[in-house]
Every structure is written in C-alpha cells, then in structure tokens.
Design a protein around this ligand. Structure first.
Ligand SMILES: Nc1nc2c(ncn2[C@@H]2O[C@H](COP(=O)(O)OP(=O)(O)OP(=O)(O)O)[C@@H](O)[C@H]2O)c(=O)[nH]1
Ligand SMILES: [Mg+2]
Length: 198
C-alpha cells in the first residue's frame, strides 16, 4: 500500500505515556539514542524539511510526538542515553518509551536507530531485548551512513550486528537523511508492515 507522505501532519505531543490517545491506525515508531537522527529520518521519509523538530542539542525530543499520514500514524519517541543532562532528565525517557510500548496499540513497525559510526550502547541492546520481549515488530536503521566510506560502512554493519546480537531475520538498513541512502528501502519496509496489519 502506497503512503501519500504529502498528507503528513503533526498531531500532538504527550509528556506522559498515560496521556497518549488510544491507537486507531497502524503505528510506525522511531526510537534510539539521543541525537542518532530519529527526527531527521522522519522528515526525510515525509519529504519535508522541518515538520519534525531536529535538534542541534541532543535530547531535543523529550515527549512522544504523533504525526498522521492518511491511514498511518508515525511516532517520534524521546531519545535515550544522553549523559550530559541531570539524572532526572537522563531517565525521563524510560517511562515514556516503556509506557508507549506496553499499551494495547497497533504496533506495525518500530524503527530502531543506531549511529553507524559508533559502538552500540548497552541501552541499544536492552531496547532490542525489550522490543522482542513485548513482541513489537522492529527493524534497525544504521544512521548517518554518509559519514563513512563504502568499506568502513560494511565493516560497521557487520560489527554492529554482532554487538547487538541481531538474529538473521532482523532487517538492518544503513541509511542517511543527508544523502538519502536507504530511505526508499525504509519506506518500502514501512508500507509492507502497514499492509501486514490490514
Ligand atoms: N551527517 C549526518 N547527520 C545527520 C543525519 N541525520 C541527522 N543528522 C544530524 O544529527 C543531529 C541530530 O539529529 P536529530 O534528527 O535531531 O536526532 P534525534 O535522534 O531526533 O535527537 P533527539 O531528539 O535529541 O533524541 C542533527 O544535527 C542532524 O543534522 C545523517 O543522516 N547524516
Ligand atoms: Mg528528535
């Protein structure tokens, strides 16, 4: 099913998981470390410059932000693991993300983002375990691929798959919101996931 991204619009921000409205359409969510490029990838997928707020300062997205695109909802979740904030702020993401993923919702696909340049963090591993334990369908997007050459990119994908202990059936896509690398593949995976829910 093709998604008409021209329809993309902001719906609402929720500061608490309990405030989130019941789910009525398939949802595509974006989760990952602070500054990994979640909001940028959403804009790229939507073919919009700044519908989703992109941060110069990590920790920009601190709420659950909902966007609607016709028959599909998109969810920008707060980034985790940004150390240069207070302890209270540092852990603020946990009840939001865990609260969001343990509701009775139409989880079509979670896009878990990991920076292709860096080692995976223990929180990335925990997030994968959490998604698997809750039976949330997910894929992994290795972001900022424009920052590496072809060989290094391939090496990092292999290395990160080992670090994250991803099984063979988990789809991984190197991508870049700057060059557009991998973005069409992610759009196709989203459309397939939505079609599966019908
Ligand atoms: N080179 C490069 N930079 C990127 C890419 N995607 C995002 N960035 C940059 O990375 C920074 C963070 O991007 P965001 O999209 O705000 O990241 P986020 O994951 O939404 O961050 P939080 O909301 O803080 O969790 C910005 O300065 C972006 O311009 C990419 O594909 N390539
Ligand atoms: Mg963001």
């Amino acid at each position: 099913m093709a998604i008409n991204y021209q329809l993309a619009k902001f719906v609402t921000s929720n500061a608490k998981a309990e405030q989130v409205a019941p789910s009525v359409r398939p949802e595509i969510s974006f989760v990952g470390r602070s500054n990994v490029g979640k909001s940028s990838l959403m804009n790229k997928i939507f073919r919009r410059k700044d519908l989703v707020k992109v941060g110069g300062t990590p920790g920009k997205t601190r709420q659950i932000n909902f966007f609607n695109v016709g028959d599909v909802d998109f969810v920008d979740l707060p980034g985790y693991g940004y150390a240069k904030v207070s302890k209270a702020e540092m852990d603020a993401w946990r009840p939001l993300i865990e609260g969001y993923f343990t509701q009775d919702r139409k989880y079509a696909l979670c896009v878990l983002l990991v920076d292709i340049r860096h080692d995976a963090s223990p929180l990335d591993v925990q997030m994968i375990e959490f998604l698997q334990a809750n039976e949330i369908p997910f894929m992994i997007a290795f972001t900022k691929s424009d920052k590496l050459g072809t060989n290094k990119r391939r090496q990092q994908v292999a290395s990160l798959c080992r670090q994250l202990a991803v099984a063979g059936d988990v789809v991984v896509v190197p991508c870049s919101s700057h060059s557009g690398d991998g973005v069409d593949d992610i759009r196709t995976l989203i459309e397939d996931a939505v079609a599966q829910m019908a």
